[in-house]
Design a protein around this ligand. Structure first.
Ligand SMILES: C[S@@+](CC[C@H](N)C(=O)[O-])C[C@H]1O[C@@H](n2cnc3c(N)ncnc32)[C@H](O)[C@@H]1O
Length: 276
């Protein structure tokens, strides 16, 4: 009776009853994490020892209290690797990979790139790992987030220059490419975010005022001064923000504004180009 299949099934059932959307996948990740930890290296699936049972049960209880799987296992997959995460940073999301894809698709080499609001560093580091010819800078207002990003860069061997800055306040250079996934959740939507997000992800990474445009306004109003001639800005946007974002960049003089779809066919990335 006391084998891992029974324990797994019981745990999936607990998450299902509690209303979790992906109970099997959650339990699988938690279980794999528990049995791959050093203290369980003699794990035998046919005989579940008390220790493994206890640590898996504890992980499931943490999940039942809405803690994200990524915080329990300590990392989140993004692009081609894993990023260390904690409560100081937003978990990297799959839709953000579209920014990485767009930068890697740019034809020129030796570009300078700035990632504003880097969080875990997932965008800047993923680009740096693919393109050693690019000079990459990444900034955040949160010292704790910068600590996480620097740790990730060191662990993954990525060359990124980190800057502590409130958007452009401490940025001294100009760049060929400026990217960002800024906070864009409007005040009225904050309350309807999943509990996992509300309780465990930093508000600083999400909240962007009444229309969700506060951070975009700050970025769009300064962008022209920090882009080199012919430079591009590539930004993630909320799925219902296309009209507002187009109007905002137009108001700051950008003429070439293109939107791109994520894997769910929602317009989630905007590219704007400064005249050459
Ligand atoms: C939505 S998160 C994006 C994190 C990461 N780039 C990603 O895509 O997963 C937004 C980030 O912007 C940072 N941020 C918020 N306000 C900022 C500001 N005034 N200046 C610079 N960064 C800011 C937050 O700390 C957070 O790390």
């Amino acid at each position: 009776m006391n084998n891992y299949k029974n324990l797994f099934k019981t745990s999936v059932k607990k998450l299902k009853i509690a209303g979790f959307r992906n109970p099997i996948s959650d339990c699988r990740k938690l279980f794999n994490h528990c049995v791959s930890s050093d203290s369980c290296k003699d794990f035998d699936p046919t005989k579940l020892d008390k220790h493994t049972n206890r640590i898996f049960d504890f992980a499931v209880r943490r999940r039942l209290s809405q803690e994200p799987v990524s915080h329990i296992i300590g990392y989140k997959e993004f692009w081609k690797t894993r990023f260390y995460v904690n409560q100081s940073v937003l978990d990297p999301r799959p839709e953000t990979e579209l920014i990485v894809e767009k930068v890697l698709g740019l034809p020129s080499s030796k570009l300078s790139v700035l990632d504003l609001g880097t969080g875990t560093g997932c965008i800047a580091i993923s680009i740096a790992l693919e393109r050693v010819d690019l000079e990459i800078f990444a900034s955040d207002i949160s010292p704790e987030a910068l600590r996480v990003a620097k740790f990730n860069a060191r662990e993954l061997g990525a060359r990124v220059n980190f800057i502590h800055s409130d958007w452009f306040a401490n940025i001294k250079n100009t760049f060929d490419v400026i990217v960002s996934n800024p906070p864009y959740v409007c005040t009225s939507d904050l309350i309807s975010l999943p509990l996992t997000v509300q309780r465990f992800e930093p508000r600083l990474a999400l909240a962007a005022g009444e229309l969700g445009l506060d951070c975009f306004r700050e970025i769009a109003s300064n962008l022209n001064d920090y882009l080199n001639p012919g430079g591009v800005g590539i930004f993630e946007i909320g799925f219902n923000q296309i009209g507002l974002i187009k109007g905002l960049f137009e108001a700051y003089g950008f003429k070439q504004i293109d939107f791109f779809f994520d894997l769910e066919m929602k317009e989630r990335v905007v590219c704007v180009k400064k005249d050459a």
